[in-house]
Design a protein around this ligand. Structure first.
Ligand code: DGL
Length: 283
Protein backbone atom coordinates (compact mmCIF):
# COMPACT_ATOMS: atom_id res chain seq x y z
CA UNK A 1 0.00 0.00 0.00
CA UNK A 2 1.36 3.40 -0.98
CA UNK A 3 1.45 6.61 1.02
CA UNK A 4 -0.56 9.40 -0.59
CA UNK A 5 0.49 13.03 -0.39
CA UNK A 6 -2.07 15.67 -1.30
CA UNK A 7 -1.80 19.38 -2.03
CA UNK A 8 -3.68 21.95 -4.07
CA UNK A 9 -0.59 22.29 -6.24
CA UNK A 10 3.13 21.75 -6.20
CA UNK A 11 3.84 23.37 -2.79
CA UNK A 12 3.31 20.04 -1.03
CA UNK A 13 6.32 18.68 -2.92
CA UNK A 14 8.51 20.36 -0.28
CA UNK A 15 6.95 18.06 2.32
CA UNK A 16 6.78 15.10 -0.03
CA UNK A 17 10.49 15.36 -0.79
CA UNK A 18 11.39 15.13 2.89
CA UNK A 19 9.02 12.18 3.39
CA UNK A 20 10.59 10.29 0.51
CA UNK A 21 14.06 10.90 1.95
CA UNK A 22 12.89 9.66 5.34
CA UNK A 23 11.01 6.56 4.07
CA UNK A 24 12.94 5.62 0.91
CA UNK A 25 11.49 2.10 0.56
CA UNK A 26 7.85 3.15 0.79
CA UNK A 27 5.75 3.68 -2.32
CA UNK A 28 4.40 7.22 -2.70
CA UNK A 29 1.67 8.77 -4.85
CA UNK A 30 1.50 12.58 -4.96
CA UNK A 31 -1.69 14.30 -6.09
CA UNK A 32 -1.73 17.98 -7.03
CA UNK A 33 -5.23 19.42 -7.44
CA UNK A 34 -3.97 22.04 -9.84
CA UNK A 35 -7.30 22.31 -11.67
CA UNK A 36 -8.76 23.82 -8.50
CA UNK A 37 -5.75 25.67 -7.04
CA UNK A 38 -5.37 27.93 -5.21
CA UNK A 39 -7.45 26.80 -2.24
CA UNK A 40 -6.57 29.77 -0.04
CA UNK A 41 -9.48 31.99 -1.11
CA UNK A 42 -12.15 29.27 -1.27
CA UNK A 43 -15.00 28.69 1.18
CA UNK A 44 -14.79 26.02 3.87
CA UNK A 45 -17.34 23.82 2.06
CA UNK A 46 -15.39 23.99 -1.20
CA UNK A 47 -12.15 23.06 0.57
CA UNK A 48 -13.81 20.13 2.37
CA UNK A 49 -15.31 18.79 -0.90
CA UNK A 50 -12.06 19.12 -2.84
CA UNK A 51 -9.99 17.55 -0.06
CA UNK A 52 -12.41 14.63 0.20
CA UNK A 53 -12.22 14.11 -3.58
CA UNK A 54 -8.41 14.17 -3.41
CA UNK A 55 -8.30 11.59 -0.60
CA UNK A 56 -10.82 9.40 -2.44
CA UNK A 57 -8.68 9.47 -5.57
CA UNK A 58 -5.54 8.52 -3.62
CA UNK A 59 -7.29 5.66 -1.78
CA UNK A 60 -8.61 4.46 -5.14
CA UNK A 61 -5.04 4.56 -6.54
CA UNK A 62 -3.98 2.16 -3.76
CA UNK A 63 -2.99 4.41 -0.85
CA UNK A 64 -3.90 3.47 2.70
CA UNK A 65 -2.65 6.66 4.31
CA UNK A 66 -2.95 10.19 2.92
CA UNK A 67 -0.85 13.06 4.22
CA UNK A 68 -2.54 16.40 3.58
CA UNK A 69 0.59 18.37 2.70
CA UNK A 70 -1.51 21.51 2.43
CA UNK A 71 -2.14 23.72 5.43
CA UNK A 72 -5.38 24.98 3.96
CA UNK A 73 -6.82 21.48 3.48
CA UNK A 74 -5.49 20.28 6.84
CA UNK A 75 -6.77 23.34 8.75
CA UNK A 76 -10.20 23.52 7.21
CA UNK A 77 -11.11 19.96 6.16
CA UNK A 78 -9.18 17.32 8.07
CA UNK A 79 -11.17 17.19 11.29
CA UNK A 80 -14.47 17.25 9.39
CA UNK A 81 -13.39 14.38 7.15
CA UNK A 82 -12.03 12.35 10.07
CA UNK A 83 -15.30 12.72 11.92
CA UNK A 84 -17.91 12.56 9.20
CA UNK A 85 -16.54 10.77 6.17
CA UNK A 86 -13.55 8.53 6.88
CA UNK A 87 -15.32 6.02 9.18
CA UNK A 88 -17.98 5.30 6.51
CA UNK A 89 -15.45 5.31 3.72
CA UNK A 90 -13.33 2.77 5.60
CA UNK A 91 -16.36 0.49 5.81
CA UNK A 92 -17.09 0.98 2.10
CA UNK A 93 -13.52 0.11 1.13
CA UNK A 94 -13.32 -2.72 3.67
CA UNK A 95 -9.75 -1.86 4.65
CA UNK A 96 -8.02 0.56 7.03
CA UNK A 97 -7.43 4.00 5.51
CA UNK A 98 -6.55 7.23 7.23
CA UNK A 99 -5.67 10.87 6.57
CA UNK A 100 -3.23 13.01 8.55
CA UNK A 101 -2.40 16.69 8.33
CA UNK A 102 0.69 18.85 8.63
CA UNK A 103 -0.62 21.46 11.05
CA UNK A 104 -0.45 19.47 14.29
CA UNK A 105 3.12 18.24 13.58
CA UNK A 106 4.12 21.86 12.97
CA UNK A 107 2.52 23.01 16.20
CA UNK A 108 4.16 20.17 18.12
CA UNK A 109 7.52 21.29 16.75
CA UNK A 110 6.73 24.94 17.49
CA UNK A 111 5.62 24.40 21.06
CA UNK A 112 8.33 21.92 21.98
CA UNK A 113 11.33 23.87 20.76
CA UNK A 114 14.26 23.94 23.15
CA UNK A 115 14.78 27.69 22.78
CA UNK A 116 11.33 28.47 24.25
CA UNK A 117 11.36 31.25 26.78
CA UNK A 118 10.24 30.23 30.23
CA UNK A 119 6.81 31.62 31.04
CA UNK A 120 7.28 34.50 33.41
CA UNK A 121 4.69 34.32 36.15
CA UNK A 122 3.48 37.47 37.83
CA UNK A 123 0.92 36.38 40.39
CA UNK A 124 -1.43 34.07 38.49
CA UNK A 125 -0.93 35.85 35.22
CA UNK A 126 1.20 34.23 32.53
CA UNK A 127 3.05 36.85 30.55
CA UNK A 128 3.07 35.94 26.87
CA UNK A 129 6.71 36.34 26.07
CA UNK A 130 7.17 34.25 22.98
CA UNK A 131 5.53 35.71 19.90
CA UNK A 132 4.99 33.26 17.04
CA UNK A 133 4.15 34.70 13.62
CA UNK A 134 2.24 32.47 11.19
CA UNK A 135 2.18 33.32 7.49
CA UNK A 136 -0.60 31.44 5.71
CA UNK A 137 -3.41 31.52 3.18
CA UNK A 138 -6.55 33.48 4.18
CA UNK A 139 -8.51 30.22 4.68
CA UNK A 140 -5.91 28.86 7.11
CA UNK A 141 -5.79 32.18 8.98
CA UNK A 142 -9.61 32.27 9.18
CA UNK A 143 -9.67 28.75 10.66
CA UNK A 144 -7.53 30.08 13.59
CA UNK A 145 -6.14 26.56 13.88
CA UNK A 146 -2.64 27.73 14.84
CA UNK A 147 -3.98 30.06 17.57
CA UNK A 148 -6.33 27.37 18.96
CA UNK A 149 -3.87 24.47 18.92
CA UNK A 150 -0.93 26.47 20.31
CA UNK A 151 -3.11 27.90 23.06
CA UNK A 152 -4.12 24.37 24.14
CA UNK A 153 -0.46 23.55 24.72
CA UNK A 154 1.33 26.75 25.72
CA UNK A 155 -0.13 29.78 27.43
CA UNK A 156 3.16 31.62 27.19
CA UNK A 157 3.16 31.69 23.39
CA UNK A 158 1.14 34.34 21.56
CA UNK A 159 0.24 33.55 17.95
CA UNK A 160 -0.26 36.27 15.34
CA UNK A 161 -1.38 35.15 11.88
CA UNK A 162 -0.74 37.07 8.69
CA UNK A 163 -2.93 36.04 5.74
CA UNK A 164 -1.12 36.31 2.41
CA UNK A 165 -3.87 36.18 -0.24
CA UNK A 166 -1.64 36.31 -3.33
CA UNK A 167 1.57 34.57 -2.39
CA UNK A 168 0.77 30.90 -3.15
CA UNK A 169 -0.76 31.84 -6.49
CA UNK A 170 2.26 33.99 -7.40
CA UNK A 171 4.65 31.17 -6.49
CA UNK A 172 2.62 28.59 -8.41
CA UNK A 173 2.55 30.94 -11.43
CA UNK A 174 6.35 31.31 -11.33
CA UNK A 175 6.39 35.04 -10.45
CA UNK A 176 9.82 36.67 -10.55
CA UNK A 177 11.96 36.99 -7.44
CA UNK A 178 11.64 40.79 -7.18
CA UNK A 179 7.84 40.57 -7.13
CA UNK A 180 7.93 37.73 -4.60
CA UNK A 181 10.40 39.61 -2.39
CA UNK A 182 8.17 42.72 -2.40
CA UNK A 183 5.14 40.60 -1.48
CA UNK A 184 6.96 38.84 1.37
CA UNK A 185 8.43 42.12 2.69
CA UNK A 186 4.96 43.70 2.68
CA UNK A 187 3.53 40.85 4.79
CA UNK A 188 6.43 40.81 7.24
CA UNK A 189 6.07 44.59 7.68
CA UNK A 190 2.28 44.31 8.14
CA UNK A 191 2.65 41.61 10.79
CA UNK A 192 5.40 43.53 12.58
CA UNK A 193 3.21 46.63 12.71
CA UNK A 194 0.27 44.63 14.05
CA UNK A 195 2.34 42.95 16.78
CA UNK A 196 4.20 46.16 17.62
CA UNK A 197 7.52 44.35 17.15
CA UNK A 198 8.95 41.51 15.06
CA UNK A 199 7.88 37.94 15.94
CA UNK A 200 10.37 35.84 17.92
CA UNK A 201 9.82 32.85 15.64
CA UNK A 202 7.81 32.18 12.51
CA UNK A 203 5.90 29.39 10.84
CA UNK A 204 5.60 29.38 7.07
CA UNK A 205 2.09 27.94 7.30
CA UNK A 206 1.62 27.28 3.61
CA UNK A 207 3.73 24.66 1.88
CA UNK A 208 4.35 26.96 -1.08
CA UNK A 209 6.19 29.46 1.13
CA UNK A 210 8.96 26.97 1.84
CA UNK A 211 10.54 27.73 -1.51
CA UNK A 212 10.70 31.42 -0.69
CA UNK A 213 11.93 30.74 2.86
CA UNK A 214 15.09 32.71 2.04
CA UNK A 215 12.95 35.79 1.24
CA UNK A 216 11.18 35.45 4.61
CA UNK A 217 14.57 35.06 6.32
CA UNK A 218 15.79 38.23 4.60
CA UNK A 219 12.68 40.21 5.56
CA UNK A 220 12.58 39.05 9.21
CA UNK A 221 15.24 40.18 11.73
CA UNK A 222 18.46 38.21 11.26
CA UNK A 223 18.39 34.81 12.90
CA UNK A 224 14.61 34.62 13.48
CA UNK A 225 14.00 30.85 13.69
CA UNK A 226 11.60 29.40 11.10
CA UNK A 227 9.81 26.18 12.01
CA UNK A 228 10.52 23.69 9.23
CA UNK A 229 7.24 22.04 8.26
CA UNK A 230 8.65 19.26 6.04
CA UNK A 231 10.95 18.10 8.85
CA UNK A 232 8.24 18.39 11.51
CA UNK A 233 5.87 16.34 9.32
CA UNK A 234 8.46 13.62 8.65
CA UNK A 235 9.18 13.38 12.40
CA UNK A 236 5.47 13.13 13.22
CA UNK A 237 4.93 10.50 10.53
CA UNK A 238 7.81 8.40 11.91
CA UNK A 239 6.13 8.53 15.35
CA UNK A 240 2.80 7.60 13.75
CA UNK A 241 4.32 4.55 12.03
CA UNK A 242 5.74 3.39 15.37
CA UNK A 243 2.19 3.33 16.73
CA UNK A 244 0.59 2.09 13.46
CA UNK A 245 3.13 -0.07 11.61
CA UNK A 246 0.30 -1.46 9.44
CA UNK A 247 0.41 1.79 7.44
CA UNK A 248 4.10 1.49 6.55
CA UNK A 249 4.10 -1.41 4.13
CA UNK A 250 7.49 -2.12 2.57
CA UNK A 251 7.27 -1.06 -1.05
CA UNK A 252 9.61 -0.83 -3.99
CA UNK A 253 10.31 2.88 -3.78
CA UNK A 254 7.69 3.65 -6.43
CA UNK A 255 6.99 7.37 -7.03
CA UNK A 256 3.94 8.50 -8.97
CA UNK A 257 2.82 12.07 -9.51
CA UNK A 258 -0.79 12.80 -10.45
CA UNK A 259 -2.44 16.11 -11.31
CA UNK A 260 -6.02 17.20 -11.94
CA UNK A 261 -4.48 19.95 -14.12
CA UNK A 262 -2.14 19.85 -17.08
CA UNK A 263 -0.40 16.46 -17.27
CA UNK A 264 3.14 16.09 -18.63
CA UNK A 265 6.45 17.65 -17.72
CA UNK A 266 5.81 20.43 -15.21
CA UNK A 267 7.27 23.93 -15.46
CA UNK A 268 10.78 24.46 -14.12
CA UNK A 269 9.51 25.72 -10.76
CA UNK A 270 8.77 22.11 -9.82
CA UNK A 271 12.51 21.51 -9.88
CA UNK A 272 12.87 24.09 -7.14
CA UNK A 273 10.34 22.24 -4.98
CA UNK A 274 11.51 18.72 -5.75
CA UNK A 275 15.12 19.05 -6.89
CA UNK A 276 14.56 17.45 -10.31
CA UNK A 277 12.11 17.75 -13.22
CA UNK A 278 8.90 15.77 -12.82
CA UNK A 279 6.33 14.35 -15.18
CA UNK A 280 2.76 14.29 -13.89
CA UNK A 281 0.12 11.76 -14.98
CA UNK A 282 -3.51 12.77 -15.34
CA UNK A 283 -5.45 12.09 -12.13
N1 DGL B 1 -0.02 25.06 -0.37
C1 DGL B 1 -1.25 25.11 0.29
C2 DGL B 1 -1.13 25.39 1.78
O1 DGL B 1 -0.26 24.88 2.39
C3 DGL B 1 -2.35 25.89 -0.33
C4 DGL B 1 -2.08 27.05 -1.18
C5 DGL B 1 -3.35 27.39 -1.93
O2 DGL B 1 -3.81 26.52 -2.68
O3 DGL B 1 -3.87 28.50 -1.73
O4 DGL B 1 -1.90 26.08 2.38
Amino acid sequence: MAIGVFDSGVGGLTVHHRLVERFPDADFIYLADQANAPYGGKTGEEIVDLTRAGCERLFEAGCSLVVLACNTAASVALRRLQQTWLPDHRRTLGRPVNALGIVVPTIEAATGLPWEHEAERRGDKVEKLDVLGVFSTPATARSRVYEIEVDKRRQDVAVFSEPCPNLARMIEAGADRAALAAEVEGHVAALTTRIGRAPDRAILGCTHYEIVADLFRAALPTGTPLIHQPEATADALARYFERHPEYLAKGTGQRRFLTTGQAGVQHSLVETFWGAPLTFEPA
